[in-house]
Design a protein. Structure first.
Length: 93
């Protein structure tokens, strides 16, 4: 078996991986043995050609019960002030 074939075979099997490292910038690095250096895992980046838009399931926001609305209002003292308007404007019955 040639060394190139052996290396390609290791890439093809998850069982041959010994360590994975997830970095904050989105890269994933791997090792086949603990003594070797980290190598970047090849990744395909797919960039959508058009923005993805969700389809609304309802024509308007569904109202919540009055009890739930009052419970959420009671939680406002522990929530950031910037969120208060959102909770005040929730549709309720």
């Amino acid at each position: 078996m040639s060394p190139k074939f052996d290396q390609a075979e290791k890439l093809a099997t998850p069982q041959s991986l010994r360590a994975l490292q997830y970095l904050a910038d989105g890269r994933i690095r791997h090792k086949f043995d603990f003594e070797s250096d980290w190598e970047d895992l090849p990744q395909r980046l797919s960039i959508p050609e058009e923005p993805v838009h969700g389809v609304p399931l309802f024509p308007a926001q569904l109202p919540i019960t009055l009890r739930k609305y009052n419970d959420l209002q009671a939680m406002k003292p522990v929530l950031p002030r910037v969120a208060h308007q959102y909770y005040d404007n929730l549709p309720h019955q």
